[in-house]
Design a binder for this molecule. Structure first.
Ligand code: FEO
Length: 130
């Protein structure tokens, strides 16, 4: 898949959160590379797990601090991402050597997450925070 690049139009108006989203784009590119060359996914999954924990906490703390009204439904999407990621980790552990199909599945899910969560659900708080 084509290499992803962060664009200014992806900005949610908070530098720390934009930096996190840029990190996710780096991870997607890392996963694409791993899939293309059949490389282990351990490093990318470690980064993705760290991203999910730290970014979701940072974002939810920020939204909680300003009394964002849709925090509960937003946090529920984060929780479903974490549960999906746990399933992926189990799949990787159960099917060693199957990195290519798992990397493809990861890349597709994360691109959809970028489009449907970051560019839609996250974007809803941009005006609220500004
Ligand atoms: Fe930036 Fe709601 O994740």
């Amino acid at each position: 898949m084509a290499r992803l690049e962060w664009k200014q139009s992806y900005s949610v108006g908070v530098t720390a959160l934009d930096d996190d989203h840029k990190q996710l784009i780096d991870i997607i590119n890392q996963i694409d590379q791993a899939g293309r060359f059949g490389l282990p996914l351990d490093h990318a999954l470690y980064d993705l797990t760290h991203y999910a924990r730290s970014h979701f906490e940072r974002e939810e703390d920020r939204l909680r601090a300003v009394g964002y009204p849709d925090l509960d439904s937003h946090a529920a999407e984060h929780q479903s991402f974490i549960e999906w990621l746990r399933g992926i980790e189990r799949s990787v552990a159960a099917t060693p050597g199957e990195n290519r199909p798992i990397a493809e599945m990861l890349g597709t899910y994360l691109r959809n997450w970028l489009i449907n969560h970051i560019l839609v659900v996250d974007m809803r708080y941009r005006d609220f925070l500004s």
